[in-house]
Design a binder for this molecule. Structure first.
Ligand SMILES: CC(C)(COP(=O)(O)OP(=O)(O)OC[C@H]1O[C@@H](n2cnc3c(N)ncnc32)[C@H](O)[C@@H]1OP(=O)(O)O)[C@@H](O)C(=O)NCCC(=O)NCCS
Length: 248
């Protein structure tokens, strides 16, 4: 039946592998014409993907179910988190991300990533630049579904986003801030070598809350930098928006 087929076994295997690779690539990382949505950061344990609408739709049930804003409460940076109506909470959450997407400039930006563990979305990790061209500082914000906290994932996603900030965008310093009682967020900062940088008042569900501020210097990050984190799509993002600092 196959007598007219002259494809050798190895060529056939290569063709099958190529087709399989393409199928996997298109289902996992369909390319977007908007560069920030194509950025991926890959660690041995998880991936951060640019927050596409497909991924946000998959993440929405967790936001709807209140798994993003379970105790400990984050600051009011994500204004959506304390919205009691689940449908409205999802709407506000999406609007915040879409606003961030639409306002990327070299100096001021917020990049949103979906945290993928074993192919499933479990939370978000944001990287924020505010007067980035002047100061070279970045801030981070994250939340994980309450089902998966306290397993080291928070530390891993912060490591991944710091790699993007320092290696990908040439940041000078990374900052973080969390309520004094937020053991998860403060634990991640401490674990990754941040130094304490005073306290500051912020609001948490509209109420005043004293927060611990942290800073991680580039030199500290360099001394502990990992060589097992890969970045994809950052070059296109940099050239589209000019958000990387040049060496100074
Ligand atoms: C902040 C957050 C992302 C951290 O993620 P996580 O996966 O829970 O953190 P990890 O498991 O990596 O833990 C990091 C460190 O904090 C410690 N820690 C985490 N949760 C803790 C808890 N509830 N109590 C005490 N220590 C805790 C861990 O022991 C670990 O320290 P170690 O490395 O010395 O062992 C997660 O807790 C979260 O989504 N919180 C709600 C949203 C939020 O507060 N975001 C911060 C914005 S202000």
């Amino acid at each position: 039946m196959f007598k007219d087929c002259h494809i050798s076994g190895s060529v056939l295997v290569a063709a099958i592998n190529l087709a399989a690779a393409k199928a996997t690539q298109s289902s996992v990382t369909a390319m977007s014409p908007y560069p920030p949505l194509n950025v991926r950061i890959v660690t041995p344990r998880l991936e951060l993907h640019g927050a596409t609408d497909d991924l946000l739709e998959r993440l929405a049930p967790l936001v709807h179910a209140g798994k993003a804003n379970d105790d400990p409460p984050p600051y009011d940076d994500p204004f959506w988190a304390y919205e009691p109506d689940p449908d409205l909470r999802v709407n506000k959450w999406l609007q915040g991300i879409w606003r961030g997407r639409g306002t990327v400039t070299p100096d001021r930006w917020r990049l949103h990533f979906v945290v993928m563990v074993d192919g499933e979305p479990v939370g978000m990790q944001d990287l924020i630049g505010d007067e980035f061209e002047t100061f070279g500082t970045v801030e981070t914000f994250s939340w994980l579904s309450s089902d998966v906290r306290s397993r080291g994932i928070g530390t891993e996603i912060r490591s991944a986003i710091l790699h993007l900030a320092f290696e990908g965008l040439n940041a000078a310093e990374a900052c973080s801030e969390a309520g004094l009682t937020n053991a998860g967020s403060n634990g991640v900062s401490e674990r990754l070598g941040y130094e304490r940088n005073g306290t500051a008042w912020a609001t948490c569900d509209g109420k005043p809350d004293l927060g611990q501020r942290w800073r991680l210097l580039r030199s500290t990050w360099e001394a502990n930098r990992r060589d097992d984190i890969l970045m994809h799509g950052i070059e296109e993002c940099r050239s589209a928006f000019g958000i990387a600092r040049s060496d100074s």
